[in-house]
Ligand binder design. Structure first.
Ligand code: ADP
Ligand code: MG
Length: 273
């Protein structure tokens, strides 16, 4: 077989081969290689390496988009000194992924509203995606609704299987799910399906007490907790609300500012009288 080589066909060929980076870069690189007398292998290696690097970047961007992480809530913007019980080193070790994701180990973050649970969970999610893992961040009530709709359409098993592609499922605000709001036994089925295979991270205001209100009956609550905690790391975040703390700080500095201004306004008032 003889192959006719037609460089004019190069853009079409590269597109057909799904090599967008090479398709973009080859004219410049070939011109440089011709001018500087690069060996052909060097040109080929340079282009291949850039394609691979950009492919990895495109993959991470895709995974970041599908993860639906709340924007801006990264570990860089998380102040670990405010939550000493969390331990920055421990969170950074978890952000490496590795063994715990491979064995379906879970993370359970507990703390009052405003403690930074969602932020910490999202930050961890960001890091894991950057390292090549696939993550989905969802409010628990949203996923319960989605699974409930699937159950009604008789596709619950498929819907749960679709979630298998995620190394980590972050179920935010588990304690807001209510058995009367939607049928939460689907949540139990999700937990059971992932047990010892795929990791779940949950955030909740209360650790276990009060979970009776989430699952349809006591036996299911016990069984769900049992599966979640069997291989799990518990992150206690019993700190005062970050929102309230910052609001109080703002109020205090406002009050101090008001005090500084006060004598002036007082003398103004005197003048007016
Ligand atoms: P929770 O999920 O525990 O109710 P959030 O994670 O939503 O709390 O935190 C409430 C707000 O305070 C968010 O805007 C979050 O970014 C911020 N926040 C909480 N803890 C911290 C922290 N340690 N460092 C920086 N921001 C924080
Ligand atoms: Mg939250």
């Amino acid at each position: 077989m003889t192959i006719t080589i037609d460089t004019a066909k190069l853009p079409t060929l590269l597109t057909a081969l799904r090599l967008p980076t090479i398709a973009r870069l080859w004219p410049d690189f070939c011109a440089r290689a011709d001018k500087e007398g690069w060996p052909a292998a060097r040109l080929l290696a340079a282009l291949a390496e850039l394609e691979l690097a950009e492919r990895e970047q495109r993959r991470i961007q895709r995974h970041l988009a599908e993860a639906r992480l709340p924007p801006g809530k990264t570990l860089d913007t998380f102040d670990f000194t405010l939550v000493p019980s969390l331990g920055k080193a421990r969170i950074m070790a978890l952000a490496e992924g590795d063994a715990w994701l491979g064995s379906g180990h879970n993370l359970l973050a507990f703390g009052p509203p405003g403690a930074g649970k969602s932020h910490a969970a999202a930050g961890l999610g960001h890091e894991l995606v950057r390292r090549g893992y696939r993550v989905l961040f969802t409010r628990t009530t949203d996923i319960v609704q989605r699974l409930q709709a699937a159950r009604q359409a008789l596709t619950l098993a498929q819907e749960i299987a679709k979630l298998d592609r995620f190394d980590l499922l972050i179920l935010d605000d588990l304690s807001y799910a209510r058995k009367d709001q939607a049928e939460t036994s689907v949540l139990f089925e999700l937990i059971s399906a992932r047990y010892e295979r795929r990791s779940i991270m949950i955030t909740a205001n209360q650790p276990f007490s009060g979970w009776d209100a989430i699952f349809p009956d006591k036996a299911m609550t016990v069984a769900a907790i049992d599966r979640l905690v069997h291989h799990a790391t518990i992150l206690e975040m019993n700190v005062e609300s970050y929102r309230r703390r910052t609001a109080l700080n703002a109020a205090t500095s406002l009050r101090d500012t008001a005090r500084d201004i006060d004598p002036v306004s007082a003398s103004d008032t005197e003048k007016e009288n």
